[in-house]
Design a protein around this ligand. Structure first.
Ligand SMILES: C[S@@+](CC[C@H](N)C(=O)[O-])C[C@H]1O[C@@H](n2cnc3c(N)ncnc32)[C@H](O)[C@@H]1O
Length: 281
């Protein structure tokens, strides 16, 4: 084992002792970041390249600062996004939510799909859709000025149209025209505050996490926004907590003008998102 890999092994142990959920991955990712290489290239680095900045980064991660705040970047599908304090770090489980939306858009017989991402945060979902669905127009809405600054940086030069505003009242000029509405909104119940991982609780903005006593306040509001924005036959895709798979599909019920409400699991086989179709009259 070369010196660098021995240091990575030592860092892995320190992170594991601190309760970091993926200690080896994070130790390697920090080493790769400090040395300006990809994780798979660590084996090729000469011993002499080892750097004290690595241990500073490890100490920050040990204190449960999010990995992505230390490196300043988050990977999401085919994107590398800029993230840091003030914006929610995009999560891997949201990638499967976007995957479902991409398949749904491809299955629609629409030449130039119109898409809305509500609660866009860093812009991750909107950017992935714009990148992977050619000829789509993607509008993204975010309320929080701090998050919006990151979204502006990330969407600069892209086809995403960014709006500051409340997702619950957003984009009235698009009413009845949108093919797909997608959202990863805040959904953690307020009472679960103490169970939230320190990376999220202490570093993600509160507005990105919590939404009322049962966590569903924003999703209830989004149901009305999606119902207003979608054309008949358009679809909505909403992420939720893995404990909410029994509740969220009921919000998109037939009395409110929805069909085909269904819940879906993520790659870890946990309930993760609800989809529904706006009924045709
Ligand atoms: C869980 S984060 C998700 C961010 C991003 N969509 C992602 O998946 O990485 C939720 C985001 O919704 C924003 N938000 C919360 N309430 C909102 C509202 N009423 N209108 C617009 N944005 C809102 C928060 O500021 C935060 O950026």
């Amino acid at each position: 084992m070369n010196l660098l890999l021995a240091e990575v092994a030592q860092a892995t142990q320190r992170l594991a002792d601190a309760g970091v959920p993926s200690p080896r991955f994070d130790a390697e990712e920090l080493a790769a970041y400090v040395h300006g290489v990809k994780r798979g290239e660590l084996h090729n680095l000469p011993d002499a390249d080892f750097d004290a900045r690595y241990w500073e980064a490890v100490a920050r991660r040990e204190a449960r600062e999010p990995l992505q705040h230390i490196t300043g970047r988050a990977f999401f599908r085919y994107l590398e996004l800029q993230v840091g304090p003030g914006v929610f770090v995009p999560r891997p489980e949201t990638e499967s939510v976007v995957g479902w939306a991409i398949d749904a858009l491809r299955a629609m017989d629409v030449a130039e799909p119109l898409v809305v991402d509500l609660c866009t945060g860093s812009g991750a979902i909107a950017l992935a859709l714009a990148q992977e669905v050619p000829r789509s127009t993607v509008h993204a809405v975010e309320l929080d000025e701090g998050a919006l600054e990151w979204a502006r940086r990330n969407t600069e030069g892209s086809r995403v149209v960014l709006h500051q505003g409340n997702a619950l009242t957003a984009l009235p000029h698009l009413d009845g025209q949108v093919d797909l509405v997608i959202s990863n909104p805040p959904y953690i119940p307020l009472e679960e505050w103490e169970y939230v991982a320190p990376e999220a609780r202490d570093h993600d903005p509160q507005m990105a996490l919590f939404s009322g006593q049962d966590g569903l306040d924003t999703i209830r509001g989004l149901e009305r926004t999606a119902g207003r924005l979608l054309r008949p036959g358009g679809v909505v895709v909403v992420e939720h907590a893995d404990t909410q798979g029994g509740q969220v599909p009921w919000i998109f019920n037939e009395e409110a003008g929805w069909t085909d409400a269904a819940d879906h699991r993520d790659l870890n086989n946990r309930p993760r998102f609800t989809t529904a179709r706006k009924a045709t009259p």
